[in-house]
Design a protein around this ligand. Structure first.
Ligand SMILES: [Fe+2]
Length: 263
């Protein structure tokens, strides 16, 4: 069952509250189609340069430095390495304002990536991103900590429309402070109470790190791409690494410079 409540309605007014109270906020088409083309073409150029490999692999492959192919798709880690020309366009003030409303003024950018799926991809099971770049450790050790205050959010900038063919996003609403254990079997495609998001390209979903989510199968030819980032509060445990790849491209006083971690 998919909830009939409108996932888009509360966001314009109070995105920070939406992130805290239900685990996510949707900024509908916040990037122009011109921006979307710029991002998508840059990512596709990098994919072309890699020889357009299959984007699904189990176990994962590493065809080049900072590139991984897994069940997620082909992931370009560290956008400043792969697509530096995108650096000045990546962030929007209204989104950073909402994130600061959740994580505090001194939050920082922890991680940037682009994800490409070419052709079919099966259902991507339910998961969440607690721990950020160290999420694999939490998954392997089955750690499900709870937090009174949010320490991290993920942003997903979709560069293709999410349709029944390309695979919509499924989100299970939760309030910060709620338990983080999975309420149902993560391999089940439908969870009672889920919200299905058929986002248009240019839309950003900001998700609290403990919000469970999944992606419907992709059954369309060609590429589906998105840009994913982590933003982290100063109160969070220090991570094993931080993506600093955009620093050379941040001009003084820029929006990008304002989110970089202190060197
Ligand atoms: Fe995810």
């Amino acid at each position: 069952m998919t909830s009939s409540s409108d996932p888009f309605c509360p966001v314009g007014d109070a995105p920070a509250e939406a992130i805290r109270d239900r685990g996510f906020a949707v900024f509908d088409r916040v990037y122009s189609l011109e921006d979307v083309s710029l991002f998508r073409e840059s990512i596709e150029r990098r994919y072309d340069a890699l020889g357009r490999p299959a984007t699904y692999a189990r176990p994962p492959l590493e065809p080049a430095a900072d590139v991984e192919i897994s069940v997620v798709g082909l992931v370009l880690y560290k956008l400043g390495v792969h697509c530096p020309e995108l650096a000045p366009h990546l962030f929007k003030p209204e989104i950073l304002q909402a994130i600061r409303g959740v994580l505090g003024e001194d939050m920082h950018l922890e991680f940037t990536s682009a994800v490409v799926c070419n052709g079919d991809r099966p259902f991507f099971p339910w998961h969440m991103h607690v721990g950020g770049v160290d999420n694999v450790r939490y998954r392997k050790q089955k750690l499900f900590p709870t937090y009174e205050r949010s320490e991290r959010v993920t942003t997903l900038l979709y560069l293709d429309d999410l349709t029944p063919e390309t695979g919509t996003l499924l989100v299970y609403p939760r309030r910060v402070g709620d338990p983080t254990t999975p309420p149902y079997d993560p391999a089940l495609e439908d969870w009672e109470g889920q919200i299905e998001l058929p986002c248009s390209r240019g839309t950003v979903v900001v998700m609290e790190q403990c919000t469970w989510h999944a992606a419907r199968p992709k059954r369309s030819p060609g590429l589906r791409a998105y840009i994913a980032c982590y933003f982290t509060s100063s109160a969070a445990e220090t991570t094993s690494w931080v993506d600093d790849s955009l620093r050379p491209w941040a001009s003084e006083g820029s929006l990008l410079a304002s989110v970089l971690p202190r060197p």
